[in-house]
Design a protein. Structure first.
Length: 341
């Protein structure tokens, strides 16, 4: 009985194509010029024999696994899916594949990552602790960090990408204050509360600068799921009818706020104004359409990918990349549509 199909090797490809193993390597890695006739011959044999390079073996020989890991916390958000989709396409064109992983509150999380021989990391998770970041930096693995919380550890040789969360959050508050709002609710993401979250910091800093009183109970945070968040918001609006503005961490949370407002008899934007964040597709399909903040997703994705590849190649690269977010004003704050650069 056959024990299974024998694995095709690079040597088999070279023999069938009538070239050296080195030529096969050049063609597959796209790192050297090979005459078109030879290149096509190698590719035809690769397809014929269904040859698949062993990336684990590549990593063990110091040649890289051609695998990148993206550690995130909000895999379900529209903004994140658009960002990763763009980055995945860019990575694939460069011969890399991107894997996704939610941050895990486990002691072995970092060691599990490092044991898998990834060539580089993207990190966009407020749940990744400073201790874990220190371990990742110490390991020397190339890393690009999306700035979504304040960081208090040394990030040497790490590229930090500021997508505009802080200033975008402040713009929301400024816009609402300009429209006469004085009694705010902050609708935070579900899960563990993070006081160093950049969006929250932008909101609270602008609230203080605008000399507005903000009680701690008006920050709805730490909810396990949307249902609990929805219930807390409804109770707050029923208890405090003078609330005239809700700033939500994401557009889908702002959509929840619109629904709750309707159930409590509040008219948006006449009695209550609502802003979201990320300019997801949902922001234009709810009624009234959401005022929100748009991040330059395509530019952020391309710059982050270029930065990580430069780190992998040991090329020079700027350690801080900053973008400006854009306030998109729609009906939920009383206007038709106006985009503030």
């Amino acid at each position: 009985m056959e024990s299974g199909r024998q694995k095709v090797t690079r040597k088999d490809v070279a023999r069938e194509a009538g070239v050296s193993e080195t030529i096969v390597s050049y063609v597959l890695n796209k790192n050297r010029y090979v005459k078109e006739e030879k290149r096509q011959r190698v590719l035809e044999v690769v397809e014929k024999l269904q040859y698949h390079p062993n990336n684990i073996a590549r990593a063990l020989h110091g040649k890289g696994s051609l695998q990148i890991l993206f550690i995130a916390e909000e895999l379900s958000s529209g903004y994140f899916s658009e960002l990763v989709s763009q980055m995945s396409r860019d990575a694939y064109r460069r011969g890399y594949m991107i894997s996704l992983c939610e941050s895990q509150e486990e002691d072995e999380f970092v060691s599990q990552i490092l044991s898998r021989q990834f060539d580089g990391l993207f990190v966009s998770a407020s749940g990744v602790t400073d201790r874990e970041l220190k371990l990742l930096v110490k390991s020397g693995i190339p890393m690009v960090l999306f700035l979504n919380r304040e960081i208090s550890c040394d990030l040497r040789d790490t590229v930090v990408v500021d997508t505009g969360l802080y200033e975008g959050s402040r713009e929301c508050v400024k816009h609402l204050v300009k429209n006469g709002c004085r009694n705010f609710v902050y609708l935070d993401k579900t899960g563990k509360q993070c006081d160093r979250d950049i969006h929250w910091k932008g909101f609270f800093d602008q609230i203080k600068e605008s000399e507005i009183t903000f009680a701690q109970e008006q920050r709805i945070s730490g909810c396990e799921d949307i249902k609990k968040l929805e219930k807390r918001l409804q109770l707050l609006l029923e208890k405090n009818p003078s609330v005239d503005a809700i700033v939500a961490r994401y557009d889908d949370l702002a959509a929840v706020a619109l629904s709750v407002a309707g159930r409590t008899g509040r008219k948006v934007p006449d009695d209550l104004m609502v802003t979201g964040f990320d300019n997801d597709f949902i922001s234009n399909y709810v009624s009234p359409a959401l005022t929100t903040v748009e991040i330059q997703k395509e530019e952020v994705a391309k710059s982050a990918m270029e930065a990580l590849l430069s780190l992998i190649r040991h090329d020079g690269v700027d350690k801080k990349i900053s973008f400006t977010a854009r306030l998109v004003i729609r009906e939920s704050t009383g206007k038709k549509c106006y985009c503030k650069q």
